[in-house]
Design a protein around this ligand. Structure first.
Ligand code: ADP
Ligand code: MG
Length: 245
């Protein structure tokens, strides 16, 4: 595994009005690492991911991407968002576009790829997520698992350096969770750097290099998944794990 740092944050703080959601978060992810972020609802996991791809702007602290400190005043945040892909719980596909159009849209609009280049790339990605036969279908005709695999392909079309997943399987029927996790596992095996908010402990054990437990806007404990799940050091981690395992 490479030792180079992909993304690191230092003393990150974020509030919504009086609500202090992220409290002095420090966090480092090396290239090709897969990190699973766990914690109770409301602990700040989504806000942390959203700060990492600048959907939310931090109040203070430092975000460093591939050695470069990123600030809204000195960087084009759209360019940064291309480097940090995100997959959401509720897919967010364009309903009026077909599967392949969903994947071609941003590369054509943002990266100025030609239609032909965007289409060739989309076909490769559809093959990768196992949906070549659905390319001309509208999202409403897909299962949740298929929608999420299209969303993953769409994020990959921007050739991100890091992928963030915010509870990618939480909205799926149980029988559809596996196909999405399998796609994510493949991506991890190809060396993609990934930060995944998930309660899929099996996935975390099998795929993640690190598990991070967040509580009330702070990182309470970090460890290898097996170690953190089986031998949590902190009392709060223990009680959270007891509630979900
Ligand atoms: P998690 O993903 O761990 O469930 P979130 O990051 O979504 O937690 O939310 C953390 C806290 O911040 C919650 O109390 C939530 O209500 C609040 N919050 C999140 N986004 C906003 C927002 N845009 N405006 C106000 N409060 C928000
Ligand atoms: Mg969340």
């Amino acid at each position: 595994m490479s030792e180079s740092i992909m993304i690191s944050i230092e003393k990150l703080n974020k509030s919504f009005g009086d609500l202090h959601v992220l409290k002095d978060i420090d966090f480092t992810v090396k290239e090709s690492d897969v990190v699973c972020l766990i914690g109770a609802s409301g602990s700040g996991k989504s806000t942390l991911l959203r700060c990492l791809n600048f959907l939310e702007l931090k109040d203070s602290g430092t975000i460093t991407l591939e050695g470069e400190v990123i600030e809204k005043d000195s960087h084009d945040l759209n360019e940064i968002r291309q480097r940090v892909g995100m997959v959401f719980q509720h897919f967010h596909l364009f309903p009026h576009k077909t599967v392949i159009q969903n994947i071609m849209e941003a590369p054509m609009q943002v990266k100025k790829l030609s239609k032909k280049e965007a289409e060739e790339q989309a076909l490769v990605l559809l093959d990768k997520v196992g949906l070549s036969d659905k390319k001309d279908v509208y999202p409403s005709k897909l299962s949740g698992g298929q929608k999420q695999r299209v969303a993953i392909a769409r994020a990959l079309a921007m050739k991100p350096d890091v992928m963030l997943f915010d509870e990618p399987t939480s909205a799926l029927d149980p029988e559809l969770v596996g196909e999405v996790l399998a796609t994510m596992k493949e991506l991890a095996e190809e060396g993609m750097t990934m930060i995944v908010v998930t309660h899929e402990m099996g996935f975390a054990r099998e795929v993640a290099d690190w598990a991070v437990y967040m509580h009330d806007g702070k990182i309470v404990e970090v460890g290898h998944p097996e170690e953190l799940f089986n031998h949590p050091k902190e009392e709060r981690t223990k009680s959270f794990l007891d509630s979900v395992l």
